[in-house]
Design a protein around this ligand. Structure first.
Ligand SMILES: Cc1cc2nc3c(=O)[nH]c(=O)nc-3n(C[C@H](O)[C@H](O)[C@H](O)COP(=O)(O)OP(=O)(O)OC[C@H]3O[C@@H](n4cnc5c(N)ncnc54)[C@H](O)[C@@H]3O)c2cc1C
Length: 489
């Protein structure tokens, strides 16, 4: 049995901790904040409850497997509710909306309201994504890419399947209507990917929704976090300042309070862009590129907004320019494309009777961009609220707000230790994926491993939990090898 310290109680950290504890290791999770969850945090105020980050659950079997590996049954701990439609997409100035729905015939009818040709192309698009999902996510997302030859063996199949080309190009090959193209490519935004730049492998995010559906956990994603943390020794308000090493091996960590916690294995769920700081080393010459950030508003209203579905995506004008502004150009966009989470229509406990608990997510540049958030956050908030009212018909929204909280890129940096206030860790682009992403095991420090959105396979609830499986597997293999009896010659 090894002494394992996990730095950070994000979903990836908790997933790795559950798996390692399930293998019999002695696991302690050290978390700098007051509660576990990381980006999957929870806010409560005046009877309103908000998930601060992730809200849409896909690949529920990944959660089931993670719980089972830790000796728990997901469905005993958390009530999982299937959502249909998955979400609604609306566009500025258009009456039409598009509901993503599990029923394929219904989905074709939805698409047919935009283009009969696109409705007919839907099945072909899913068929093209099937092998990309199976090889690019199911297979590659569950194995470590530690050597260049792992990538060399994987890449040809991806090129053959068209998974290495930009997602936007793949989508355009199948669909003609601009709205339909937007609808089938926005998904990567929720793991920080620019739909015009991410490889088509991220198209699999669409496929897996039709395969395994979209889910909600009653009480919010935080109900999942709480259940995971219940089975573990999680010490909150224990920020790790330093990973200690002797020779080229970890020996433990030092917390901000000066406590030395010894460990044979350290799994870091902290931002991988900050690993050098924890090791007391200088910054690498070329650091990976971080994703965009978000401005999040958590609104508790005194009325229900019937126009909203559980998940609603509101796409503003100039979508392509919007994405370029908040990613490459590092400036505030002139239009707003926003995602709203309004869970009380599924789970009345999330808001007081007659009220709505709404989280609004606006992608914005990270702190490398040209925005002074300390000065400008209030103005951006007001402009977003006005836009939601005037462009998307949520009339009276501002006046209905009884309580409100906000999270800006500055909070991502100060509360989560996210480099440049990134919302989704390292940007998912081809040259920062698989072997080219932070490996799940450190290259030169023995006993040091990584888990979370910045590592392989990447961000998102299933992404970090699949990563936890890879990382726990590496630890198990390495510890086993160290213990294996030395063969006598
Ligand atoms: C606004 C938003 C919406 C999202 N929506 C979705 C969605 O709908 N569906 C989906 O699947 N994914 C979504 N995602 C992505 C998903 O939430 C993340 O990829 C995932 O939760 C990240 O988990 P992680 O393991 O990387 O840990 P993180 O959440 O990054 O947590 C890391 C933890 O480590 C702690 N920590 C850092 N440094 C230290 C230190 N030195 N010592 C101790 N503790 C430390 C931090 O405090 C934090 O608690 C969303 C993300 C955001 C931001």
């Amino acid at each position: 049995m090894s002494r394992v310290v996990v730095i950070g109680a994000g979903l990836g950290g908790l997933g790795a901790a559950l798996r390692l504890q399930g293998m019999g290791h002695d696991v302690t999770v050290l978390e700098s904040r007051a509660k576990p969850g990381g980006r999957a945090y929870q806010l409560r105020d005046a009877g309103f409850t908000w998930d601060t980050g992730p809200s849409l659950i896909t690949m529920p079997w990944v959660l089931e497997e993670t719980f089972a590996a830790g000796g728990m049954d997901l469905h005993r701990e958390v009530e999982m509710v299937e959502l249909d439609p998955f979400y609604r997409i609306r566009w500025t100035g258009e009456e039409r909306h598009l509901d993503f729905t599990a029923d394929r015939e219904h989905m074709r009818a939805e698409l047919g309201r935009f283009s009969a040709r696109d409705a007919a192309a839907f099945d072909g698009f899913l068929a093209a994504l099937k092998p990309i999902y199976e090889q690019g996510i199911l297979d590659a997302g569950r194995r470590a890419f530690l050597r260049a030859r792992d990538l060399a063996a994987f890449a040809p199949a991806m090129v053959r399947l068209g998974a290495a080309q930009p997602l936007w190009r793949l989508v355009c090959r199948h669909f003609e209507h601009p709205r339909v193209r937007e609808a089938f490519s926005f998904h990567s935004l929720f793991i920080g990917g620019n739909p015009f730049r991410v490889p088509a492998i991220y198209g699999a995010l669409v496929y897996l929704q039709f395969l395994d559906r979209v889910w909600y956990s009653r009480g919010g994603v935080y109900a999942v976090v709480e259940a995971m943390a219940r089975g573990l020794d999680v010490r909150c308000e224990a920020r790790v300042e330093r990973i200690e090493t002797r020779g080229a091996r970890v020996t433990g960590v030092i917390t901000a309070g000066g406590e030395h916690v010894p460990a044979d294995v350290v799994v870091s769920n902290a931002d991988v862009l900050r690993t050098h700081e924890l090791l007391g080393r200088s910054a690498p010459v070329r650091s990976p590129r971080a994703t965009m950030s978000c401005l999040l508003l958590y609104l508790g209203t005194d009325r229900v907004f019937g126009e909203l579905r559980h998940h609603t995506l509101l796409v503003g004008g100039g979508y392509r320019r919007f994405i370029a502004d908040v990613t490459r150009r590092g400036r505030l966009a002139r239009t707003f494309s926003t995602y709203l989470h309004a869970p009380a229509r599924t789970d009345p406990g999330m808001a007081p009777p007659g009220g709505d608990s709404i989280a609004a997510l606006l992608p914005v540049p990270n702190l490398r961009g040209r925005v002074d958030w300390a000065r400008e956050a209030g103005g951006v908030r007001d402009a977003l609220m006005a836009d939601l009212e005037s462009t998307f018909g949520l009339e009276g929204l501002a006046a209905s707000v009884r309580v409100e909280h906000r999270m800006s890129p500055l909070d991502f940096e100060s509360q989560l230790g996210a480099k440049w206030g990134n919302a989704f860790a390292t940007e998912p682009v081809l040259h920062q994926s698989a072997w080219l992403r932070q490996h799940n095991r450190h290259g030169s420090v023995g006993g040091l491993y990584f888990v979370g959105g910045g590592t392989h396979p990447g961000a998102g609830i299933p992404g970090v939990l699949l990563g936890a499986e890879i990382t726990a597997g590496l630890v198990a293999g390495d510890v086993g090898r160290q213990r294996a009896p030395v063969a006598l010659a």
